[in-house]
Design a protein. Structure first.
Length: 609
């Protein structure tokens, strides 16, 4: 194994020793209890099974059959989650065939960031993660289940389900994906139309036609944003049945994989003779978390996970920070180019080898821990095999991948990567700490130094762009976008105008205490600046015209201002009228307590501590 992987893992283990030890002790205590239906009073049992068919009541109460809880994020607002509508029935049928019973324990909210981008609803997006975690806890707190199936795919939903499940760390859990939609127009063609629209060269009708050709059916959006990064990380952590991330929702293989997830949940439940229980809190350990980090870096995944996986790890009693990501990024090679890190979509990634290829290459290069417990066994190696067909008995058939990539423009071996490093860099300086994703940024743009122009809303920035005020080398600063200020929205709407400016030859970059997510692309963006401006962070000391340096080569984020002058400056505050706008409308009032109590982005934007 690579020495850096060992070093980072040991550092995390030492840092987390007390917290992790306490967490495992709680799991052990909970795991030693009687089964739920024997532990409960008769009235409790009657309520729990009241709506079950009589034969299921008999199985679960009298015959003491294994009982599986389902937590679903189904809605048909999200194309990725619409296929889940029929999953409970599929799961019941398979569970009955295997002698088990099933109840849908609860549903969790699931919002589509694609719908809310640039709109007030996006200010609830980050906090929806912890709302989902709490909803998962409410579902599982019925406490009658031997195992759980967690149905979720998209941005905040998977981290929320995982955080919630880890607070029930004694419970064996399997995640069940539903797969990506079929490919539409290319992501690069979509981006071009967006840039033309930003310049006023095409109208709304042309833009809507393009967007509708990209987002056109059931399944996950096909670019490699947070949703599809979620699926890659769950494969790397061994929480899916192997190879299930990127199979189309309507493929017969998808149905077989869902059935297999039911059998897997039973196998790890502790209710099958000869099979020990595998609770999720034991599966998710320091090695598993490091494997997820390595997979993220090797695929150029979503920067959102520098927030979400800090919170996920903390839920398992493990403490990680951005320095850990940065150190791993220095040795983990970039093995995949999937939009916005390349031109391919996730269907092309899957066809070229997909998660199995990347995991195999990282394992063989000593850049992942192989000796981890997964839902599929005592090793991560099963995740290097890919599902290929359904057998006559309905079982999933798998095979090893070829040594060579199916498409070297999409995925490569560790011996011949796209880049020797993972492309995520920690930035530090007198403006605070931030992260930058440079895997898709041209090398001549890894360092940008220019006067800054400061905005407090993305609308104000777009107005300035339309007025021609940014036609120069410029560092665009959008501040008061952190979790305390307005819930830390994603600022995707800034990407097209910044890309236009860069395309004209200007040196431009974005600096913000907000998020850019999986849409971070060819424009350098120093994001998640922490401490945030509203908390008195140094970003609030900036003034229009200050020269700012963003350098991914040296890891620098700094205002080139005399130290004495910098120290003497007053901290800018958010205009009360703007703060009032952020606090009201479309349910934002309900999240005021979360905005007050949230931890910093580097601490995972956690609201429950």
């Amino acid at each position: 194994m690579h020495s850096t992987l060992i070093h980072v893992t040991e550092r995390i283990r030492e840092r987390s020793a007390k917290l992790r030890g306490d967490y495992l002790a709680r799991i052990a205590k909970m795991s030693g209890r009687q089964r739920g239906f024997e532990r409960m009073g008769c009235a409790n049992v009657a309520h729990a099974v009241a709506a079950l068919p009589s034969n299921d009541k008999f199985r679960v109460v009298t015959e003491k059959a294994p009982h599986i809880g389902v937590v679903t994020s189904y809605n048909d607002m999200l194309s990725a989650h619409q296929p889940y509508e029929g999953y409970p029935e599929q799961i019941r049928i398979e569970a009955h065939r295997l002698g088990a019973t099933v109840q849908v324990a609860g549903g969790v909210p699931a919002m589509c960031d694609g719908v809310t981008q640039g709109l007030p609803g996006m200010e609830l997006s980050l906090f929806s993660r912890d709302t989902i975690a709490m909803s998962t806890a409410i579902a599982l707190t019925h406490d009658v289940f031997d195992a759980a199936l967690l149905l979720g795919i998209c941005d905040k939903i998977v981290p929320g389900l995982l955080i919630g499940a880890l607070h029930f760390g004694h419970l064996p859990c399997v995640f069940v994906p539903a797969g990506p939609m079929s490919s539409g127009i290319t992501n690069s063609d979509k981006a071009k139309v967006r840039e033309l629209y930003a310049q006023g060269k095409v109208g709304r009708d042309e833009l809507l036609k393009s967007e509708s050709a990209a987002y056109h059916g059931a399944g996950t959006c096909t670019f490699y944003g947070t949703a599809n990064s979620n699926q890659m990380l769950l494969e790397a952590m061994g929480l899916h049945v192997p190879g299930s991330a990127f199979v189309h929702p309507h493929d017969e293989l998808r149905t077989a994989l869902t059935r297999e997830a039911v059998g897997t949940a039973l196998n790890i439940s502790g209710r099958v003779q000869g099979q020990a229980a595998r609770p999720i809190g034991q599966l998710v350990d320091e090695r598993s978390i490091v494997n997820a980090m390595a997979a993220l870096l090797a695929t150029g995944g979503s920067t959102n996970h520098l927030i979400h996986w800090v919170a996920v790890a903390r839920s398992a009693g493990i403490l990680i920070d951005w320095s850990d990501f940065s150190e791993l990024s220095g040795v983990v090679p970039l093995l995949a180019r999937v939009y916005p890190n390349g031109s391919a979509d996730v269907n092309q990634f899957q066809a070229a080898g997909g998660p199995g290829f990347v995991i195999r290459e990282l394992l063989d290069a000593g850049l992942m821990h192989e000796d981890v417990i997964s839902v599929a066994g005592d090793s991560l190696r099963p995740y290097t095999f890919v599902p290929t067909a359904v057998g006559q008995g309905g079982e999933v058939k798998r095979q090893a991948l070829p040594a060579a990539s199916g498409d070297e423009g999409v995925v490569r071996t560790a011996a011949a990567p796209f880049s020797a490093t993972g492309g995520l860099q920690l930035l530090v300086g007198n403006l605070g700490r931030a992260v930058i994703k440079v895997s898709a940024v041209p090398e001549d743009r890894h360092t940008v130094e220019a006067p800054c122009r400061i905005f407090t809303t993305q609308d104000a920035m777009q107005d300035a762009f339309k007025a021609g005020e940014l036609e120069r080398d410029v560092i665009v600063v959008v501040r008061f976008q952190g979790p305390h200020a307005n819930g830390m929205p994603e600022l995707h709407k800034l990407t097209p105008p910044l890309a236009v400016l860069q395309g004209k030859g200007f040196k431009v970059a974005l600096v913000t205490d907000g998020r850019m997510s999986g849409a971070s692309g060819k424009v350098p963006a120093a994001i998640h600046v922490s401490p945030e401006a509203l908390a008195g962070g140094p970003l609030a000391r900036l003034r229009d015209g200050d020269v700012v340096r963003v350098c991914a080569v040296t890891g620098t984020l700094a205002a080139l201002v005399d130290e004495g002058e910098w120290a003497a400056r007053e901290v800018a505050t958010l205009d009360p009228a703007e703060a009032e706008v952020n606090a009201h409308g479309l349910g934002r009032e309900l999240f005021a307590g979360l905005r007050r109590n949230v931890l910093t982005a580097e601490e995972g934007a956690i609201t429950w501590l």
